[in-house]
Design a protein around this ligand. Structure first.
Ligand code: SIN
Length: 305
């Protein structure tokens, strides 16, 4: 195992850097910029059972330290992903991917995951119960321990792949929700999704985003994400994929010290398409600076001693 390698539910990744869902599509645009096989893996665009057009525009509002999005889970649907995106991806990406799955009912989550269960290229199912931009679904499952457990159980019943539940930070206490997912059989957790936010244009005196509010991501949320990963690590024994505003190799290390076994990088890809490649190249140098021999060994390091 190389010194930057990490393991997620028995799956060895060359390094912990994973572009986050919704910032990397199904990989092909980024594969035009660089060889994406340098990544640990990536989490593909949030995919639902049926295709979705998404929310009205404008969907993006820029902020000082990040951006707000209200995309609304635009995607071509799981059957298109299986028939077109994954076969295309096999031509240029030679690792397994994380399949990010959205839904509007427990049955819908389970059916989309059941269909993806047959896909050899899928290494982990990342079940998104935390999208803040859709009604009747998305985040509504991620703000209640009971609903989160219900989705977890339903998905676990239809797949043999590891199931990671993607949690929302828009809650009073994330810990009971994380524990409920673990008790319902989740193999891991991904956190955090975006924080609910809003911008208003002083010229029009109206919200910038057509849907009024959206999910805030980027550098500004990094300390919130570190805090939540730290709290959840103390409460569960399953692996955590940490994310939220990560932009540098040093922040990857910080997120791992908080408790992450691997780290997703999201908004940074939208600012600089080569962001993940740069972080991966910098990681060994950052490890040397902090006397880290093996990255895998530092997970949760901030909790000990
Ligand atoms: C979206 O498609 O609206 C973003 C997805 C998410 O935040 O989970």
């Amino acid at each position: 195992m190389g010194r930057t390698a990490v393991t997620l539910s028995g799956w060895e990744l060359d390094n912990p850097v994973i572009p986050a869902s919704g910032t990397f599509g199904y990989g092909k645009e980024f594969a035009e910029a660089y060889d994406i096989n340098c990544l640990g893996t990536f989490s593909f665009k949030g995919t639902t059972l049926k295709p979705r057009f998404g929310n009205p525009t404008p969907r993006i509002a820029e902020c000082g330290a990040g951006l707000i999005n209200s995309v609304g889970l635009q995607n071509p649907g799981v059957d298109h992903v299986l028939a077109v995106e994954l076969p295309e991806l096999a031509g240029f990406f030679h690792k397994k991917v994380i399949a990010n799955v959205g839904g509007f009912s427990v049955e819908e989550y389970a059916e989309a995951c059941r269909r993806l269960d047959g896909a050899e290229q899928v290494g982990i199912l990342e079940v998104n119960i935390s999208c803040p931009n859709v009604d009747h679904g998305g985040m509504s499952f991620g703000v209640s321990p009971e609903a989160a457990a219900q989705v977890t159980r339903a998905v676990k019943a239809v797949t043999t792949k590891p199931v990671y539940i993607k949690l929302s930070p828009n809650v009073t206490d994330i810990v009971p929700i994380a524990r409920a997912c673990q008790e319902a059989g989740a193999d891991g957790l991904s956190l955090i999704n975006t924080l609910m936010g809003m911008r208003i244009d002083p010229r029009t005196r109206r919200p910038v985003i057509a849907n009024r509010m959206g999910g805030y991501s980027g550098a500004g949320i990094f300390p919130v994400a570190v805090r939540m990963v730290y709290q959840v690590y103390e409460a569960v024994s399953i692996p955590i994929i940490g994310m939220g505003g990560v932009q540098t190799a040093e922040e990857v290390i910080e997120m791992m010290l908080a408790g992450a076994a691997a780290v997703q990088v999201g908004t940074a890809n939208l600012i600089d398409p080569w962001a993940c490649k740069g972080i991966i190249e910098e990681l060994p140098r950052a490890m040397d600076r902090y006397g880290i021999e093996s990255l895998q060994k530092i997970t949760g390091g901030a909790h000990h001693g």
